[in-house]
Design a protein around this ligand. Sequence first.
Ligand SMILES: Cc1ncc(COP(=O)(O)O)c(C=O)c1O
Ligand SMILES: [Zn+2]
Length: 444
Amino acid sequence: MSEPSFRAKFACSEGCDFRASLTEVVYRCPTCGGLLEVRHDLSALRSRAASEWRSLFDSRFGAARLPLASGVWGKREWVYPDLEDGDIVSLGEGRQPLLPLPRLAAELGLASVDLKQCGISATGSFKDLGMTVLVSAVARMRRLGRRVRAVACASTGDTSAALSAYCAAAGIPSVVFLPRGKVSLAQLVQPISNGALVLSLETDFDGCMRIVQEVTRDPSIYLANSMNSLRLEGQKIVAVELCQQLGWEAPDWVIVPGGNLGNAGALGMGFELMLSLGLIDRRPRIAVAQAEKANPLVRAFRSGFADLSAVQAQPTLATAIQIGSPVSMRRAARTLRSFDGVVEEAAEQDLSDAAARADLEGAFTCPQTGVALAALSKLARAGTIARGSRVVVVSTAHGLKFYGFKEGYHRGTLAEVDGRWRNPPVEVRATAQAVEEALDRRLG
Ligand SMILES: Cc1ncc(COP(=O)(O)O)c(C=O)c1O
Ligand SMILES: [Zn+2]
């Protein structure tokens, strides 16, 4: 039997009838200016039964070699169906652990809390999931003769790390726009090592985003921010993979930290696709978590999404989501409406304690994940997340990228934070007796 031909194209996400090939350099609908989305041919995808999709994806989950060993490309028919093997630029993204936190779940009266560890990845954040798709798409465009001199992004750190690594793998030049002094050293050193042109600008992320949008009006400089919907095609796999890991069931709640808000929309797209193809039969509720210091979506939620205005983001420990003017705000609002969603915020103290608390159960969480975990506690204690719920928290980056935050927490040097779970190193004389005394003090 021949393979059914699966297809996908760009479509206006606001409902206009604009369509374009995925090889076109286009980011917005020319009619309404809205963002685009990748629209799959659902009737072709429906030619396979839900049970067939499940067993196909399950059989590939153990694949040994790339590209099918990638969690994204193991589901390639749902991502970018007509991409050829030779175009795929993969660093082995996806297939990331779902780490149970049973003690936290018990404390909050929940059936389960699982951390979807998207930071366990080539460049240490969930951005790899989307970047493999975008850079593969660029490799295809270049093969087809389109002139793309470089791929560019504005970044709070993680996007630039992912872009530069995938471009390095593909041999494609990359350019990253970073807000000077606002990304961690671990993040900064990644694009430098991968050979990107690193532009350090005296502005914040929102300022970098404005400039990169101007610069990428030149179609030979391709835009890699999440307003480019190719990224979301990879990021939506987080939703699919976590349901797969739960035995093809949706949890009751998914909590995700939100900055530019691409991820929130991407999760919604993953769940929608599984619902329309019958792989899951119920909608989870979605909670987006923001830092109090950069909370435009929190304010929008309070207005019933009537007011989607930007805010001036204030400095927060959760630097990767220090964004006041999210590009994907409308898309996130739509997602929250259809997933009976909520938006919650976290103070600096709470996000820091929540991250440290999860580490005591074997994780090593970044401050953004701390925001999501603090929101989880607030929502569970308020009863919004009902007792007995099954919750998945999306952990978006590896804590090692934010070692300054971790170190500062445990040393007690973070502004506005008096760490409840501080565990600084104990200084002892180098004698067995002094060490034994220290052991007794700690272990009783
Ligand atoms: C670690 C981390 N968490 C969360 C986010 C927010 O994701 P989004 O911009 O898709 O809302 C980002 C990037 O912006 C990030 O780097
Ligand atoms: Zn439109």
